[in-house]
Design a protein around this ligand. Structure first.
Ligand code: AMP
Length: 225
């Protein structure tokens, strides 16, 4: 099977995490979500966090972007993911043009080529509606949505029976800040990948399965094209 090397872009709430999960299951790729790494660090004892990580978590809880240097350090520590035999999916990284440039330099040094940068697109009103009903499993990070994709039992994860919670940064005051941060930083990022000729815009409308089918179809079309 082909090893896909992909980046997922899209505003918070477009369903990147869900698509990353489906892509991982179907393509056998390694999945690296910087947001998941920060959330996992947030669950550790406060005394086990480095000062940079403690500061990063403060940014995250306010809905702001974590400084580039901290994010880059964390990605560099996990750069073996880029060599995963099944390929990789980067989800939530890069978020700024500087991060994208650092990643490109690293990939060039390690002689790894990027196949596609998927840009999931959805109208802002729909994003806000999806985020306001999002629930995440505190144990396995599975994502649900109270109306679109509910768990079988209320507040209980179908997969691991963990407790479902609303993320701190899915609260309306943080959502507003995150959307502004996304709009501010994503435009130059999208332009960067468009110029490299790897950008693949995909409508994130419909059910997760429909979005996945659309994604798989377009990825296969890039092979034929
Ligand atoms: P996510 O789960 O991707 O929405 O990320 C949750 C939060 O983690 C973001 O709102 C940021 O505070 C932080 N974060 C995750 N990835 C990055 C990144 N690449 N650059 C800066 N901050 C990030």
């Amino acid at each position: 099977m082909r090893a896909w090397r992909l980046i997922l872009l899209g505003a918070p709430g477009v369903g990147k995490g869900t698509q990353a999960d489906l892509l991982r299951q179907h393509l056998g790729t390694c999945h690296l979500s910087t947001g998941d790494v920060f959330r996992a660090a947030g669950k550790r004892e406060a005394s086990a966090r480095s000062p940079a990580m403690a500061a990063a978590l403060d940014f995250m809880h306010r809905g702001e972007l974590v400084p580039n240097a901290t994010v880059w350090e964390m990605v560099r520590e996990r750069r073996q993911c880029l060599h995963c035999r099944g390929g990789f999916i980067l989800d939530g990284f890069p978020r700024t043009r500087l991060q994208a440039e650092s990643l490109r330099t690293l990939m060039q040094a390690e002689q790894i080529a990027l196949d596609a940068v998927i840009n999931y697109q959805l109208p802002v009103e729909e994003i806000i509606e999806r985020l306001s009903g999002r629930r995440t499993c505190e144990q396995c990070q599975a994502v649900y949505q109270v109306t679109r994709q509910p768990s079988r039992l209320e507040e209980v994860c179908d997969r691991c029976r963990g407790t479902l919670r609303e993320r701190d940064d899915d609260r309306p005051e943080s959502v507003k800040v995150r959307m502004q941060a996304y709009e501010h930083s994503s435009a130059p990022l999208i332009q960067f990948y468009r110029e490299l000729g790897v950008l693949l815009p995909i409508a994130a409308t419909g059910s997760p399965e429909e979005i996945f089918a659309r994604t798989a179809g377009l990825l296969n079309a890039t092979l034929r094209g």
